[in-house]
Design a protein around this ligand. Structure first.
Ligand code: M6R
Length: 369
């Protein structure tokens, strides 16, 4: 049942191209328009939405953070992302013009369910992005947009994360299409880029041997840091979470811009730091800022492990190790840059002799509050 892989996690990492492909499938008409029939919320309500709040926990919340950059850019709708267990105990300002998006692989996470109810009580409409057909969160939500990643068995989320991001992109593009804003004409182009992603994810998976070698050599690391900016920031958080939950290594993700506000004090000789580099073909200053962050930490002795696009030569001089991902638009990069971090954590945990499918103290779905 593990399909010849030593663990469900490895199997699921390898299923990611298919998970993204299945999530995209059947959601466009022959003219290239997005058709989300499942989104059973009145179009007039969706047109009137003036705020989006994403609620989720753990990895799903990082998918929500990635979605925020895309949704705000494409739809120009203010978007917040909040951990469901914080949202539900605040007195959040939510009303009939708020669209709440609940992200959950299992559809059974208790805090996310409670956040959904809390939002609905105040008149908000809720869309669930979920991987488990007929589970509680999509049943209680006003509409459900399913990710079609297939069952995820390993406790650490991998393919569901990529599928959640994909579905959230579709939701953002659909709202842009419906509301006819200035990005409407770009939707077909972005969809074409999305459809090219499964093959690119496969290329990253095919290059995993180098990542595994590095993981093997780092099994005694006491702490690993992850830096990213823009959509690379939630990817950094996800890379750190994977390493914590699987390899029980202290790991932290930071927004690269925060470095000089504190975390740079952690950098000493030999400290491994992963840096997720945005495409140099995107906003110039964004790429340049991350390159200068790499220089800053290298100058203080960090061992820099850089995830960068093919052809990005600006990073080469400051990287101890480089893993390349194929070129893609900046907003879609998390579908690629996350993959080496998953492979790294899985391999390092395996090298330490840990069970990657069942890490200690964790459950696949957290149905308690
Ligand atoms: O089923 P959900 O997507 O609601 O689960 C949310 C989190 O519990 C989950 O993503 C958790 O953080 C994973 N162990 C991460 O790998």
């Amino acid at each position: 049942e593990k399909g010849g892989f030593p663990s469900f996690m490895e199997k699921e990492i390898n299923e990611q191209p298919a998970a993204v492909e299945q999530t995209l499938m059947g959601r466009t008409d022959p003219d290239g328009n997005l058709v989300l029939d499942e989104l059973k919320i009145d179009e007039s309500v969706l047109r009137a939405v003036d705020k989006i709040v994403v609620v989720a926990c753990g990895t799903a919340a990082y998918a929500g953070q990635v979605a925020r950059y895309a949704i705000e850019h494409w739809c120009r709708i203010p978007t917040e992302v909040e951990l469901a267990h914080e949202f539900r105990y605040r007195d959040p300002i939510v009303n009939e013009r708020t669209l709440v998006v609940a992200l959950s692989q299992s559809g059974e996470t208790m805090d996310t369910l409670m956040a959904v109810r809390h939002a609905q009580e105040q008149g908000a409409k809720v869309v669930a992005i979920c991987n488990t057909n007929g589970s509680t969160i999509p049943r209680e939500a006003d509409a459900a947009l399913y990710t079609h990643a297939g069952p995820e068995i390993a406790v650490a989320s991998t393919k569901a994360f990529l599928a959640q991001i994909t579905a959230a992109y579709l939701l953002g593009l659909y709202l842009a299409q419906l509301r006819g804003n200035k990005y409407k004409d770009e939707i077909a182009g972005i969809l074409a880029e999305l459809e090219a992603m499964p093959a690119k994810i496969q290329q990253v998976i095919d290059a995993q041997a180098a990542v595994k070698d590095l993981a093997q050599s780092m099994k005694d690391a006491a702490s690993v840091l992850f830096l990213g900016r823009h959509v690379g920031y939630p990817v950094a958080l996800e890379g750190a979470l994977k390493l914590k939950e699987l390899a029980y290594i202290h790991a932290e993700g930071f927004a690269a811009g925060e470095l000089k506000h504190g975390p740079i004090a952690l950098i000493e000789e030999g400290q491994p730091v992963f840096v997720i580099v945005p495409s140099p073909r995107g906003r110039d200053s964004l790429h340049a800022k991350v390159v200068s962050n790499i220089q800053e930490i290298r100058a203080r002795g960090a061992v820099t492990i850089v995830i960068a696009e093919e052809g990005d030569e600006a990073v080469a001089d400051y990287a101890n190790h480089i893993f390349r991902v194929p070129q893609s638009p900046v907003l879609l990069q998390p579908l690629l840059t996350t993959v080496p971090l998953q492979i790294f954590a899985c391999e390092l945990a395996t090298a330490k002799g840990y069970d990657v499918d069942q890490p200690r103290n964790l459950a696949k779905s957290v149905t308690v509050e």
